[in-house]
Design a binder for this molecule. Sequence first.
Ligand SMILES: [Zn+2]
Length: 211
Amino acid sequence: MFGPPGSGKGTYASRLSGKLNTPHISTGDLVRYEIKNQTEMGKCINDYSARGTLVPDSTICQLLQKRISQPDCTKGFILDGFPRTIPQAQELEKICATDLVINLDVPDTVIIERLSTRLTCRNCGAIYNERSLKPRTEGRCDKCEGHLYKREDDRPNIIQERLQVYRKQTQPLLEYYHKKNQVRNITNKQADVPPEKIVEEIINLIQSERN
Ligand SMILES: [Zn+2]
């Protein structure tokens, strides 16, 4: 799943995962898991953060490799949040092949509206929305009852900057996958389209690719 912050990647990927009975692998979740469980890898990752350096691609790929060698991944999986750069894509190719890139094409205005009403679980990272995806209990995560908060970088002017950085960074990657003829666009021009509708569109697309 490919798309800017706020395009709904995580939301769609997790619903798609349920419908297709295919694991949803978020590299953000993998990293959080290691940190939370204070594994050797988690400690390494913490060291990188403490030094203010990015976690190396090879570390992320190690985590990915570990995850996709689990039996539930033998028939495939949905990747969310990775790769974001060509070097990352090349690292990924060493451990598995990608066959489809779902590119979420969402205008900035929609993203800004969605992100500025976004709520994140402090404990498990689950995403909600004040308007379109409310938790069952206000301020609490449905999955783990963690506290929901608005991220500092989800403010409109900061979002605009993040989008500019994102597009500049990922444009070459999108072209890379275009050359492999793997990119399929899903266009969503409105903020309040129910996730189910987009997920249905993605499923139709995947099925038509299979035929
Ligand atoms: Zn939670």
